[in-house]
Design a protein around this ligand. Structure first.
Ligand code: PLP
Length: 436
């Protein structure tokens, strides 16, 4: 029987240390690992045997985290990275070639809009942003240069829930990869691989680490894409690679006997992401951060339940407040994404949402200046409650029209509701709202 999520969040990937008996996962704070002999070394380098070489390529502490997150997402193998953005970079680096295109949700996190829209241009990777829940718009963007459709499960900050089954069907029809950023939901609330995604990326910086102390990222291979059938589109995956003695990742790692009773498991994408992209681009996670994030991950289910309950209480309170014009939280019964949230995130719609102040830009500035329990900063997914007024911070360079189009209209305030007592969170908003 498969163990429950809470059990796996604590135990997957980590066992008492066989040498010392250490119960917590040891931090292997080392750059490199001694080979047993020359033959061992040569097999490791040729990918004929798995093992530790150098921490840029892998590390036992980081490995425990990779196994845990891959397990929680229901994937075949994980690759940890120095940040969520680095996980996205590595995943795209395996899949894209100069001139190929990403079809991406226009509702992506602002940092991802920048990464795809500006930084990736230098690699010759093109991007077309579409309204991800408009099936006709996604379909219209598909052409034979598309390699990836990319969306979030729950989108930051608009509270958009993606209809992942609909997007996955379009990706499947065109024989391309569907990649999902699951940061806002975490694998506790949502499992994109069960809804047809092929690859999941997470910023571990947010809810998985959960305590606002470590930056990290993870890509998880769903093991469910037929690379060999699409070798023309994905040469890195399914054609011989000269830098590994003409190894073909899909041939070599597409059906290893790693499953229950030796069942075949496809880890080809994760191996390519590590042996090619992580090796050569270099954004490895530090073992210390892996340890911090593993520790945070142990309480992910407890925290997410509390985050969601608090967010619902705060959203309900704000909905009834005279100075608030609107609240956009998919956890509220009247919200336009409520039905999709019940399909994709039945345990809760997360803890990040936006609301509008009748007093507009000025009121937003005042609110962030008068909260006391909330921290005014640009992060989400901390144990502590966080607030930001995008119009005066992250989106301040844009015109009012551009702000509105980006879901950051002058009146919009974003909350990441923490796990304090709900009454204290509400009391803090109440006293700050009284001032504006
Ligand atoms: C923060 C965030 C990222 C980027 O993660 P970093 O760890 O900051 O690089 C990507 N996607 C979403 C939805 C995020 O919130």
């Amino acid at each position: 029987m498969t163990q429950g999520f809470s059990t796996r969040a604590l135990h997957a990937g980590a066992a008492p240390d066989p040498v010392t008996g250490s119960r917590a996962q040891p931090i292997h704070q080392t750059t490199s690992f001694v080979f047993k002999d020359a033959e061992h070394a040569s097999k490791l380098f040729a990918l004929q045997e798995f093992g530790n070489i150098y921490t840029r390529l892998g590390n036992p502490t980081t490995g425990a985290l990779e196994e845990r997150i891959a397990n929680l997402e229901g994937g075949t193998m994980g690759v940890a990275t120095a940040s969520g953005h680095a996980a996205q970079l590595l995943a795209f680096h395996v899949l894209m070639e100069p001139g190929t295109k990403i079809v991406a949700a226009k509702q992506l996190y602002g940092g991802s809009i920048n990464q795809l829209g500006h930084a990736f241009k230098k690699f010759g990777w093109r991007v077309e942003f579409v309204d991800i829940n408009d099936g006709a718009a996604v379909e219209a963007a598909m052409d034979d240069t598309v390699r990836v459709i990319f969306s979030e499960s729950l989108a930051n900050p608009g509270g958009v829930v993606t209809d992942m089954a609909q997007v996955a069907a379009i990706a499947k029809k065109h024989g391309v990869v569907y990649m999902v950023d699951n940061t806002m939901a975490s694998p506790y609330l949502c499992q994109p691989l069960q809804h047809g995604a092929n690859i999941v990326v997470n910023s571990l910086t947010k809810f998985i680490g959960g305590h606002g102390n470590s930056i990290g990222g993870m890509l998880v291979d769903g093991g469910n894409f037929d690379w060999k059938a699409h070798a023309d589109k994905y040469p890195t995956m399914a054609t011989p690679q000269a830098y590994y003695n003409d190894l073909n990742f899909a041939e070599g790692f597409g059906a290893l006997p790693l499953g229950p009773d030796g069942a075949a498991v496809d880890i080809a994408f994760a191996i390519a992401a590590r042996a090619f992209s992580l090796r050569d681009l270099g954004p490895a996670l530090s073992p210390f951060n892996a340890f911090m994030i593993l520790t945070g991950c142990e309480t992910l289910p407890l925290r997410m339940d509390k985050h969601c309950a608090n967010a619902t209480a705060v959203a309900e309170y704000l909905s009834g407040h005279e100075k608030v014009s609107w609240v956009q939280y998919a956890g509220l019964a009247g919200d336009k994404y409520h039905a999709l949230a019940q399909t994709y995130c039945p345990k809760g719609a997360g803890a990040v949402f936006t609301f509008g102040l009748k007093g507009g830009h000025e009121a937003g500035v005042k609110l962030v200046e008068h909260v006391k329990l909330f921290s005014h900063l640009a992060n989400i997914g901390d144990t502590r409650s966080l607030i930001i007024h995008p119009s005066s911070t992250t989106h301040s360079q844009l015109s009012d029209a551009q702000k509105t189009a980006a879901g950051a209209a002058p009146d919009t305030v974003r909350l990441s509701v923490g796990i304090e007592d709900a009454a204290d969170i509400i009391a803090d908003l109440q006293q700050a709202l009284a001032v504006i």
